[in-house]
Design a binder for this molecule. Structure first.
Ligand code: ATP
Length: 369
């Protein structure tokens, strides 16, 4: 059964001095879900987060939390009245307070402060470090303290602004999984800001991809990867290259890799020029295939190898080969297309680009087809 709606942003515009940084934003989050705002630098993620927190006014539209409108043009409910917790990129711990005092700060006047603090320290695996001071902790430990401190006041919604960006590599990956587990175990709803797609996918149920202050798609990680609605989302999420093709029927396209048939129907006119998205997992290693490509780059990943390939026309693709398929740059290899999720967009200037079909022109097959 789906959870009730918790956060609803309706036609939201916000920014600075009447300059709209974020425009006409619509998204909603159900209770218990984790959402993520993802996009390149300067696209408006932090501005949106700060508007939800109540630090920035709303110029148009409104923000509703549970049943209450907390921001709209001319009205901003004060941040401390929102039952929203924040975790910042730089942790923002109080340096003169111990770890336990930091965690219990927001509930220090409650009788059960000590017990809740200890429970939260156990939850974030710092039960033995309550007496230390922030400067005696590693970056990952400080971030866990910041998370425990934000959870202590039992916020309805937790906002995390680039929470792992000061950490590196493996620690960052491990902590992002841990944070998801902790939030899910407590049923805490959260919105996270990041520009790291891997982190967004690891933590979130829904991800919003921003581009120049507009939300291009709010969807599950699976749909963003396999069913991007715009060329920007297709390029920003995951790896992949576009190759030019010509629509032969609703679900098939002629390309330099031959006829590609997908599992969805497009309603653009037959004959339209289209750009077909091919992800590395859409191109498989097929030594006996007559379709050859030249290897122009190689990244050994351990369990697999990512090859960059060039077709006779000069178009490039990427493909994941099994780890044992060991080839050198310059060699010709056999490949085959195995793209169930056929994703394409009208080529610029094509007939399809002039026909406004809404979204990406896609009609997914349903059981009625
Ligand atoms: P990043 O990933 O780099 O943090 P972001 O997507 O979070 O980027 P924002 O911080 O929301 O982007 O900034 C969006 C735009 O608003 C940028 O062009 C930025 O220069 C501008 N901006 C941010 N803060 C202010 C401010 N206080 N006054 C004026 N403009 C601002």
């Amino acid at each position: 059964m789906s959870q009730p709606l918790l956060l609803n942003l309706r036609n939201l515009s916000c920014g600075f001095n009447d300059h709209r940084v974020v425009q006409n934003l619509n998204l909603h989050l159900n209770a218990g879900d984790i959402g993520c705002l993802l996009g390149p630098s300067g696209c408006g993620k932090t501005t949106t987060l700060r508007a939800i927190a109540g630090f920035e006014p709303v110029l148009e539209g409104e923000i509703q939390l549970a049943d209450q409108v907390i921001s709209k043009a001319g009205f901003t409910l004060a941040p401390e009245k929102r039952r929203i917790g924040m975790v910042f990129q730089d942790y923002a711990l109080f340096p003169h307070l111990s770890v336990a005092e930091n965690v219990g700060f927001g509930i220090r006047k409650q009788a059960n402060c000590e017990r809740i603090t200890q429970e939260l320290l156990e939850l974030v695996k710092l039960g033995h470090l309550g007496k230390r001071y922030p400067h005696e902790l590693s970056g990952g430990q400080q971030q866990r303290v910041a998370l425990a401190r934000a959870l202590a006041t039992e916020p309805q919604l937790l906002l995390l602004d680039e929470p792992f960006s000061n950490l590196d590599g493996e620690l960052r990956r491990r902590l992002s999984h841990e944070v998801r587990d902790i939030l899910k175990a407590r049923g805490t709803s959260a919105i996270l800001v990041t520009h790291d797609q891997e982190e967004a996918f690891a933590v979130s149920d829904h991800v919003g991809v921003f581009n120049h202050g507009r939300l291009e798609q709010w969807d599950t990680p699976f749909n963003l990867y396999h069913e991007p609605l715009t060329p920007f989302v297709a390029s920003f999420i995951g790896q992949g290259y576009f190759i030019r093709g010509q629509l032969l029927s609703a679900d098939s396209v002629q390309t330099e890799l031959g006829l590609i048939r997908g599992n969805r129907a497009y309603t653009w006119p037959v004959g339209s020029a289209v750009d077909v998205l091919l992800r590395p997992d859409d191109i498989v290693y097929a030594p006996d295939s007559p379709q050859k490509a030249q290897i122009v780059g190689k990244t050994f990943l351990g369990a697999a190898t990512l090859y960059r390939l060039q077709l006779p026309t000069g178009s490039q693709l990427e493909s994941i080969f099994p780890s044992h398929a060991d080839h050198l740059p310059g060699e010709q290899v056999g490949i085959r297309v195995a793209a169930d999720h056929l994703v394409m967009f009208p080529a610029p200037g094509s007939i399809a680009a002039q026909v406004n079909l809404g979204e990406s022109g896609v009609r997914r097959y349903s059981s009625d087809d």
